[in-house]
Design a protein around this ligand. Structure first.
Ligand SMILES: Cc1cc2nc3c(=O)[nH]c(=O)nc-3n(C[C@H](O)[C@H](O)[C@H](O)COP(=O)(O)OP(=O)(O)OC[C@H]3O[C@@H](n4cnc5c(N)ncnc54)[C@H](O)[C@@H]3O)c2cc1C
Length: 293
């Protein structure tokens, strides 16, 4: 039984922002795959909802003239996986999209909901960290754009202000042009399982050496993280198995893994080392770099 006392269904972003201003107690529902579980469990404050389902302008995925890719916050994962812009320019995000849930969940679950629920296991988070994505947020106070790295406040918590909603994810051309990328989700099952670890890598290779390397990790700390020391180590070094192995080892230094029922701290650290090495090697190959044995 769903205890919903108010359901607002605005048909434009402007109307949604105004409704949130007039009633800051409204909670946003997009695909509802997280929210409806809270509602069903009688979660406090979850009986008054504002649905984004009819705000069609938030669903679009587009490529701006300056090369920025704009992903509407309510784009569902099935659409992200199939979208030609994403497939051509952000293939590792397409990999992340198809790794989440099962077909039914991917048809309704949105990328905005995946970020705004603050889950460190969210399958889109590590790739958006590696892509240096920006978030466009809007409220009655106006619009602000922040790096995704500044959005996560702790497990299940994000820096959304009262009356504010996420409208889009922006990926500037400089973040993806000429890169290769790869997302690896490690979970107990191949489908319909939350990540034990998510590793996403974006890199550029020039003359056989790393020119740029970005490593995003999910479930390796209380919030998604990047691996600064491992990334810095790579720059200018040749793409070799040995180098990628060292990058994997250094990636562990950035983590604050903990033991949970899914995996022990030691096991998670082992996964970080091994899967980062694999994701870096694969990304480098996709970026056009052949690795020397
Ligand atoms: C069976 C099942 C399997 C799942 N498997 C996976 C999986 O493999 N990987 C994974 O990452 N997740 C998984 N999930 C979790 C969930 O589906 C995702 O996190 C999903 O992306 C949430 O999106 P949604 O549109 O359904 O969000 P909702 O449930 O609508 O909202 C989630 C949260 O975000 C807020 N919110 C939503 N949109 C906005 C916005 N535009 N602006 C501000 N706040 C907003 C809501 O208020 C709420 O707090 C699974 C869930 C289920 C039920």
């Amino acid at each position: 039984m769903f205890n919903i006392s108010v359901l607002q269904e605005p048909e434009s972003l402007e109307a949604a922002v105004e409704m949130l201003r007039a009633d800051p107690g409204l909670r946003i529902i997009a695909g509802g795959t997280d929210v409806l579980i809270r509602v069903q469990h009688g979660g406090e404050g979850w009986s008054q909802l504002l649905s984004l389902r009819n705000v069609k302008e938030l669903e679009a995925i587009s490529l701006r003239a300056d090369g920025t890719i704009v992903i509407g916050a309510t784009a569902p994962f099935a659409r992200i996986f199939e979208d030609p812009i994403i497939r051509e320019h952000l293939p590792s995000l397409a990999e992340a999209a198809v790794s989440m849930g099962g077909p039914q969940i991917r048809n309704v679950a949105t990328i905005g909901g995946n970020i705004c629920n603050g889950a460190v296991s969210g399958d889109s988070a590590s790739t958006l960290f590696a892509l240096d994505a920006l978030l466009r947020l809007e409220s009655a106070e106006g619009e602000r754009i922040i790096p995704i790295h500044e959005f996560y406040a702790g497990p299940g918590k994000v820096h959304l202000r009262p009356g504010e909603l996420l409208t889009a994810i922006l990926v500037p051309r400089s973040s993806y042009q000429g890169t290769g990328g790869h997302y690896i989700k490690f979970a107990m099952r191949k489908a319909m399982d939350i990540a034990t670890l998510g590793v996403s890598v974006i890199c550029r290779v020039k003359d056989g050496a790393f020119e740029d390397l970005r490593i995003g990790l999910g479930v390796a700390a209380p919030v998604p993280i990047r691996c600064a020391e491992a990334e810095a180590y790579a720059i200018g070094r040749p793409v070799t198995v040995e180098c990628c192995r060292e990058i994997g080892k250094l990636a562990v230094k950035a983590t604050k893994a903990r033991t949970s029922w899914r995996a022990s701290k030691d096991y998670r650290e082992h996964l970080v080392e091994v899967l980062t090495e694999r994701a870096v090697l694969e990304s480098a190959q996709r970026a056009g770099g052949r690795h020397a044995e």
